[in-house]
Design a protein around this ligand. Structure first.
Ligand code: PLP
Length: 427
């Protein structure tokens, strides 16, 4: 079995200076190597992305934008950011890209700052239906400082009800309409949202945080002809560092740039900008198209295999990288299942399902996805095995059969050792 070696070998300076921290990093490397990681917002970045994000570029302050900085010594930083911007424009086919947002949540906050005033009405998908906190949900600053109104999915189909979205938009006339979310297993109809936004006089924001890699790889339709603003993280299906980007047509470039800096942030994280540039370089390759399509093929195969084992999937399946299981028919709460699967070496997250009768901290669902397993080379031929592990794990969660979970854990580690993950040390 190939295992990552000790952290001392791969991070010698860290191990010498801070053995306690180095041991934790080593343990995390081991965990990421041995487990089947199914959280749909996570991934494995390449060694190249990892190296770029750990460079001395992080020592540099560069408030402002290339050619317009408030600090000297930008001889190398400006070209790094220009490279990231040019690659973002090429990969997504947009006129403008800002690569400075620290992460997806601040990127979305910058959109509010650019296009709305405190107290304005904004519209997004309800969090328990699969939206994101930053789409105007009450506990978020975006729901406290703005008036959030929410749409959802239909109970009978699990799909977005565009009649409901249109009625709500025309009644509320929101400044912003967000589409996209965190637990949506189906293709987002950007054209339908754009038509509604036009009728309502709203700015349409496509938040593609989860599916950016699928869009870059041509495995999900692009929002580019339809959305006024595109917001994305860079660390999910796109396989870059933790960061974010805002993209738009030229007409909104100034408003977005001003909102990010000086509106919301100070100095950009240049090491992250560099790693974004590397990830976009990787995403422009033909092999990334293969990756994006393989992610979707794997998710569809896994969904079929789960349906065949009696699982109830929200919307009946998937079009993308994500599957939302409603475990009500299995009579196992989502959290109980998630914790048991974790002990079996299968890492998932418990999640609300639409119209969930249970509480958000103890919901009915489990959310899974295929970006990480695809990054380590698993294919459709492995999905029956994965579904079988989930099936046995959920059953063992119900009966409290710890021995069954231990057995699954060994089987998982065995398959994982045959498919080394990118970015992890092997020796
Ligand atoms: C992940 C995500 C975000 C937030 O990104 P962070 O980097 O965690 O702040 C925003 N919107 C959507 C739809 C997401 O999936």
């Amino acid at each position: 079995m190939t295992l990552p070696s000790s952290s001392a070998q791969h991070h010698p300076a860290l191990a010498a200076e801070d053995p306690e921290l180095a041991a934790l990093v080593g343990a995390e490397e081991q965990l990421q190597a041995d487990t089947l990681r199914l959280i749909p917002s996570e991934n494995y970045v390449s060694s190249a992305v990892l190296e770029a994000s750990g460079t001395v570029l992080q020592n540099k302050y560069s408030e402002g934008y290339p050619g317009r900085r408030y600090y000297e010594g930008q001889q190398n930083i400006d070209p790094v950011e220009l490279l990231a911007v040019a690659r973002a424009k090429a990969v997504f086919g947009v006129e403008h890209a800002n690569v400075q947002p620290y992460s997806g949540s601040p990127a979305n906050l910058a959109v509010y700052l650019a296009f709305a005033e405190p107290g304005d009405t904004v519209m997004g998908m309800a969090l328990p239906m699969g939206g994101h906190l930053t789409h105007g949900w009450g506990v978020s600053a975006t729901g406290k400082w703005f008036r959030g109104v929410q749409y959802g999915v239909r109970q009978d189909t699990g799909l977005i009800d565009f009649d409901e979205v249109r009625d709500l938009a025309l009644k509320e006339r929101p400044k912003l309409i967000f589409c996209g979310g965190t637990a949506l297993p189906r293709t987002i109809d950007f054209a339908a949202f754009a038509e509604i936004a036009r009728e309502a006089g709203s700015v349409l924001v496509a938040d593609i945080a989860h599916i950016a890699g699928l869009i870059a790889g041509g495995a999900h339709p692009s929002p580019v002809p339809h959305a006024d603003v595109i917001s994305t993280t860079t660390h999910k299906t796109l396989r870059g560092p933790r960061g974010a980007m805002l993209m738009s047509r030229e007409e909104h470039a100034k408003a977005i740039d001003k909102a990010v800096f000086p509106g919301l942030q100070g100095g950009p994280h240049n090491q992250t900008t560099a790693a974004i540039a590397v990830a976009l370089h990787e995403a422009s390759r033909p092999s990334f198209r293969d990756y994006a399509h393989a992610v979707v093929d794997n998710a569809k195969a896994l969904a079929e295999a789960l349906l065949a084992r009696g699982f109830d999937l929200v919307s009946g399946g998937t079009d993308n990288h994500l599957i939302l299981m409603d475990l009500t028919p299995k009579d196992v709460p989502g959290k109980v299942a998630a914790k048991a699967l974790d002990r079996a070496g299968i890492v998932v997250n418990y999640n609300t399902v639409p119209f969930d009768p249970r509480k958000p901290f103890d919901p009915s669902g489990v959310r899974i996805g295929t970006p990480s397993l695809t990054s380590r080379g698993l294919g459709t031929e492995h999905m029956a095995t994965v579904a079988d592990w989930i099936d046995r794990g959920v059953a063992a969660a119900g009966t409290g059969d710890e021995a069954a979970l231990t057995k699954i854990r060994a089987e998982v580690a065995d398959l994982m050792s045959a498919h080394p993950a990118p970015g992890l040390p092997t020796d």
